[in-house]
Design a protein around this ligand. Structure first.
Ligand code: HXC
Length: 260
């Protein structure tokens, strides 16, 4: 199980925020299998820790991640990819209950764009560049890009990006609805950390429920989604944090959540 110290990421924590920084600078944080396993293991450990209320995922200034590792993939054949079910481990990242904030600077291409789209709140630097260039390599997105990009920005732009492989800058990405906020490069880290800390200060079971309810909208009909939301909303009335949150409002005080 324990694989020792990760070699491609830096893991830390600031208060109730668990931080994961992609750290493979020589390859612009290309997502090789080892890095994937390290990110997934770190994220699952945070997810299992009730002292963690949000995860902050970042890369470097130059690259969030420039895609799956082309050197590693180049030698594979169909049987190896299919039997090994390559990249399916990322599905566990997408299934995290803890809200994940992505801080994206520089390149978020291919698997890097797909990883950013698996996060819940995507804060981009003005320098961010998004794209799904797989077609220029003779392949297609394989970590959810064709699905999540289309749901995020619609068919017109998703087809444009996936079929031409072109990059989209931060301004276009915000206009298209791919990112939550765009900030100047020198404000990225502070803004993303502040967003993560804000989320981590909320009631943990309520933050889980809020994420789950929004995520459900991608999986189901409107009527089913609203029904799910209504039941989950009712269920928050079983929580101490709901009681104390409303009492704090009425007393004109700041709420302090027990995260249970
Ligand atoms: C492996 C990568 C890499 C990648 C960059 N590098 N991207 N290595 N896999 N995806 C390496 C380069 O080989 C180079 O190593 C070093 O990082 C610096 O990159 P340069 O190309 O020299 O930098 P620059 O000229 O600034 O160009 C930056 C770039 C370019 C535009 C981001 O690197 C690029 O186009 N990268 C590939 C982007 C891509 O196609 N991504 C999609 C991958 S497929 P050396 O050793 O030469 O210094 C994918 C599929 C996922 O993600 C789904 C599953 C199929």
């Amino acid at each position: 199980e324990s694989a020792g110290e990760p070699r491609n990421i830096v893991v830390g924590r600031i208060g109730r925020v668990g931080t994961i920084t992609l750290d493979r600078p020589k390859a612009l944080n290309a997502l090789n299998v080892e890095l994937m396993e390290e990110v997934v293991a770190a994220a699952l450990a945070f997810d299992a820790d009730p002292e963690i209320g949000a995860i902050l995922l970042s890369g470097s200034e130059r690259a969030f991640a420039a895609g799956a590792d082309i050197k590693e993939m180049a030698a594979q054949d169909y049987a190896a990819m299919a039997v090994g079910d390559w990249f399916s481990a990322w599905d566990r990242f997408a299934g995290l209950r803890t809200p994940v904030v992505a801080a994206v600077s520089g390149y978020a291409l291919g698997g890097g764009c797909e990883l950013a789209m698996m996060c819940d709140v995507l804060i981009a630097s003005e320098t961010a560049k998004f794209g799904q260039p797989e077609i220029t390599l003779g392949t297609i997105p394989g970590i959810g890009g064709s699905q999540r990009l289309t749901r995020a920005i619609g068919k017109a732009k998703a087809m444009d990006l996936v079929l031409t492989g072109r990059m989209m800058d931060a301004e276009e990405a915000e206009r298209a609805g791919l990112v939550s906020r765009v900030v100047p490069a020198d404000e990225l880290d502070a803004t993303a950390a502040e967003v993560a800390a804000t989320i981590a200060g909320m009631s943990l079971p309520v933050a889980y429920a809020a994420k789950e309810a929004v995520a459900r909208s991608f999986e189901t009909s409107l009527a089913e989604g609203v029904r799910f939301e209504r039941r989950t909303f009712h269920a928050t009335f079983a929580l101490e944090d709901r009681t104390s949150g409303m009492q704090a409002f009425l007393a004109k005080e700041r709420p302090t959540f027990q995260h249970r």
